[in-house]
Design a protein around this ligand. Structure first.
Ligand SMILES: Cc1cc2nc3c(=O)[nH]c(=O)nc-3n(C[C@H](O)[C@H](O)[C@H](O)COP(=O)(O)O)c2cc1C
Length: 159
């Protein structure tokens, strides 16, 4: 079983958004090969309208270029990318997404896919925080029984 198949099996009913792409990071890639239903709800689109696209389709006016450049550098280096991006739904509404993206490697070390766990976060009320980790908290829909499992896997954890 490949990493992709394993992720697809456990992500199917998960309430966190899970999206898997091929490893081609240069335009027009990466191409989305799989998205779970929770990702469809987060992105505000039918899965048919997501699979086959590049994740760039969610970007808009307030998506920060510097963050995307850092994303691109992490993908090119085969490193984890954990950050926050402004994404847009099909109806034009925007949301703040926490993104935890990792390479899936074959036994020989070659990157076969990228997988990203994505959830909506809201700006915390109160004092301004020094970093993004303190500034955002998961939205109510993002807090669920899977949180414990994601925690155990280190997903959305700050290193
Ligand atoms: C698995 C995966 C999920 C991604 N999800 C998003 C996303 O939700 N929003 C976004 O703006 N970019 C996302 N990206 C990043 C874009 O696909 C692209 O890599 C980014 O815009 C930087 O590359 P560019 O400088 O060529 O645009 C994702 C990439 C991968 C591999």
């Amino acid at each position: 079983m490949t990493g992709f198949e394993l992720i697809r099996a456990f992500a199917h009913d998960a309430t966190v958004g899970v999206v898997v792409t091929d490893p081609m990071i240069e335009l027009p890639g990466p191409t989305i090969l799989y998205a779970n239903a929770a990702f469809g709800r987060l992105a505000g689109r039918e899965l048919d309208a997501i699979v086959g696209q590049s994740p760039r389709f969610m970007q808009g006016r307030e998506t920060r270029r510097e963050t995307l450049d850092a994303f691109h550098r992490a993908l090119a280096a085969g490193e984890r990318f954990h950050s926050y991006l402004t994404n847009y739904r099909a109806d034009g509404t925007k949301y703040r997404a926490e993104i935890d993206c990792r390479p899936l490697r074959a036994a020989d070390g070659r990157i076969e896919n990228f997988v990203s766990f994505e959830r909506e976060v809201l700006r915390r009320k109160g004092r301004p925080a020094v970093n993004a980790a303190g500034r955002y908290e998961p939205s109510d829909e993002s807090k669920n029984v899977l949180s414990g499992a994601l925690h155990a896997l280190g997903v959305f954890m700050h290193s």
